[in-house]
Design a protein around this ligand. Structure first.
Ligand code: NDP
Length: 516
């Protein structure tokens, strides 16, 4: 989302002579905090410092790192209300939503800390019959320094998905938060330092240039979360130094509702998935495909529920403002485009887009090639379409360039449908549930990016595999020596034929066996 920002441009230079920028409360426009614009030199200095921290941190045992991370977890948990207030002020999201994202991040921190050793420590591997004289083993080693670039929409949960897994795997981290949520980044780095006593996690603040600088510092990996467009720029910059990247980018997630689904539950989940956090969720629901037998009943239930959900500045409001003002134009243009192409708003519509808030909008009869179906809207809007079969629902779900999350509501065929959707994650009879399960990897395919955070895959993502083959006794056949003889080679061929030369059985589509 690079069109516009909710922070002010550079503020006058501070008394220290450093450029600063302000973060604003998107509900009021009031300045929440003033932060330094870290230059390329500042970022390089942070990475150099991180190298020393990485040496110390990776030298600790898994147990010692786990103890530090769990202590930090306690600090965050006890100060949860304070952090939620910072999130609320910088993003405008209701306190309840801020609390939920922090709670999930705490659970991930706990899981990463307590599962790093068993996931990454050296383990024995089978060496196979040919190399039976070798003891094979594998360990996952920390990369060194990881640069994390985060978005503003879930300023705790999303970057922590990279930060805590990178830390638990033994790396130091330099974190560049979004310019809309620098205070959250500073809060995390400050509490880490207070808890651990060393800046293994550092934060650098600033605008896009500060993030770009991080890509050029020679960090050992960049974990980027943000829009697909910026992800491309990050990848291009990292390619210059062959720095590996994880790209967690946008989505256009769909809900599929089968004829036998629990319609009330499906409507409830669709509404929350589409509108929570004012729709500014990478794995938010933006499209729904409903079996024609239950389409009318589903739509009626969804609209009835959505009428009770409003975005405003009252203390009990379920939806907050749109955090990034420039996004209002994107949301408005997607709704208008849908209507111009023959779609209808059964709730909301172009007028639902105000100066800071957007009311829930439900669109029907929207052509599949319209913006509201193909592009990430990032607002509390959803398109609902009628399908004649689950095969049609799956085909239409898969027909975007994104592939992040998805949802299926079906009593009898949930797993079957889920397996046919091209997306990194799918929730069956629930919504966004996979993100809250620390053991499950999180990430997408296509324009939603690549690489995984969370779970064992997320820990391994911040490591390199170190394989060791140790000779236990002399080999029967000396294969890796110029002393190898013609007789050795014949013996090898005989062993190979015994091991791998058997004819296989391949069955055709009718199940008839043939020999290959
Ligand atoms: P952006 O792509 O605009 O920004 C993401 C981060 O990149 C920010 O910290 C930004 O800094 C920084 N940045 C901007 N330009 C550069 C550059 N040239 N080099 C390096 N870093 C740069 O995304 P948003 O912050 O608007 O976040 C919303 C997007 O994030 C949505 O598309 C959403 O779907 C996606 N997202 C994906 C998730 C996932 O896990 N797949 C999770 C959450 C969000 P600055 O803010 O200072 O410009």
């Amino acid at each position: 989302m690079t069109q516009d920002t909710g922070s002010t441009p550079l503020s006058p230079t501070s008394p220290s002579g450093r450029d600063t920028f302000d973060s604003l409360n998107p509900a009021t426009g009031v300045v929440v905090g003033t932060h330094p614009v870290h230059t390329a030199d500042d970022v390089q200095a942070a990475v150099t410092r991180a190298r020393d921290e990485a040496a110390w941190w990776s030298g600790l045992s898994h147990d010692q790192r786990c103890a530090h991370l769990l202590a930090w977890k306690g600090v965050i948990t006890r100060a949860l209300a304070d952090l939620a207030e910072v999130v609320h002020r910088e993003t405008g999201k209701p306190h309840g939503d801020a609390t939920l994202e922090i709670a999930l991040a705490i659970d991930h921190l706990s899981w990463a800390a307590t599962h790093a050793e068993r996931t990454l420590k050296r383990r024995r591997m089978s060496s196979g019959l040919l190399m039976a004289n070798q003891a094979a083993s594998l360990e996952y080693c920390p990369l060194g320094v990881v640069g994390v670039i985060g978005p503003w929409n879930y300023p705790v949960f999303t970057p922590m998905g990279s930060i805590v897994y990178a830390l638990a795997a033994g790396n130091a981290v330099v974190f560049k938060p979004s310019e809309l949520t620098p205070g959250v980044g500073e809060w995390l780095a400050r509490t880490f330092l207070e808890s651990v006593g060393r800046p293994v996690l550092q934060v650098v603040t600033g605008l896009g240039e500060t993030g770009a600088a991080l890509c050029h510092t020679g960090v050992d990996k960049v974990a980027f979360t943000g829009s697909t467009a910026t992800g491309r720029r990050v990848m291009a910059a990292c390619s210059e130094t062959l720095t590996p990247v994880i790209i967690e980018a946008g989505g256009k997630d769909a809900v599929i509702v089968d004829a036998d689904a629990d319609l009330d539950a499906a409507a409830d989940a669709t509404l929350w998935g589409a509108c929570a956090n004012a729709g500014q969720t990478c794995i938010g629901v933006e499209r729904v495909y409903v079996h024609e037998r239950v389409y009318d009943a589903f739509l009626e239930t969804l609209v009835a529920k959505a009428r009770d959900v409003h975005a405003d500045d009252s203390p009990g409001a379920l939806l907050g403002p749109i955090t990034m003002p420039g996004q209002l134009d994107v949301i408005r243009s997607h709704i208008q485009d849908a209507i111009d192409r023959g779609g209808r708003a059964v709730l909301g519509g172009p007028d639902a887009v105000g100066e800071r808030y957007v009311q829930p909008t439900i669109l029907v009869d929207v052509p599949e090639d319209s913006l509201a179906v193909q592009e990430e809207t990032f607002g509390p809007t959803v398109t609902v379409a009628r399908v004649s079969s689950m095969t049609e629902a799956i085909t239409r779900t898969n027909a975007t360039r994104y592939g992040l999350g998805s949802t299926v509501f079906s009593r009898s065929r949930g797993m079957e449908i889920a397996e046919r959707i091209r997306s990194g994650m799918t929730a069956v009879n629930g919504v966004i549930t996979f993100a809250a399960i620390p053991s499950l990897p999180f990430g997408g395919v296509g324009d939603s990016g690549f690489g995984r955070i969370h779970g064992a895959d997320g820990l391994k993502e911040f490591t390199y595999a170190k394989a060791i083959a140790r000779q236990r006794f002399k080999p029967v056949i000396a294969l890796t020596s110029f002393a190898r003889t013609a007789a050795d080679e014949q013996r090898l061929t005989r062993v190979l034929t015994l091991l791998h030369g058997r004819k296989g059985t391949v069955r055709d589509e009718a199940g008839k066996a043939g020999v290959a």
